[in-house]
Design a protein around this ligand. Structure first.
Ligand code: FES
Length: 105
């Protein structure tokens, strides 16, 4: 099971046992990270699953789609390492990935 290291908005860290084949968003929510609202259910239309991915993991992620890029552009909290967690499929290759929940827009 790939481990996801997540830092929540209050700065607390938690390690979650993820499941490959589900999105990072689904794994975060399944691990009790309720700050990830995921209001659209993962269809890339709400941006409430916004996370910052630690730099060392960015290159190993699937490329960002135009839809994800456009939606992130509407966020005032966008950073170089922003991703929408619903657009990242978890896999064993991402074991140990570290993300931080982005501030609420
Ligand atoms: S859950 Fe809505 S964009 Fe990711």
């Amino acid at each position: 099971m790939p481990i996801i290291n997540v830092t929540t908005r209050d700065g607390r860290s938690k390690a979650i046992e993820g499941r490959a084949g589900r999105s990072l968003m689904e794994n975060l929510r399944g691990g009790g990270i309720e700050e990830i609202l995921a209001l659209c259910g993962g269809c890339c239309s709400c941006a409430t699953c916004h996370v910052y991915v630690d730099d060392e993991w960015l290159a190993g992620l699937p490329a960002m789609s135009d839809d994800e890029d456009d939606l992130l552009s509407t966020s005032g909290a966008r950073a170089e390492n922003s991703r929408l967690s619903c657009q990242i499929p978890m896999s064993d290759a991402l074991d140990g990935i570290a993300v931080t929940v982005a501030p609420e827009d």
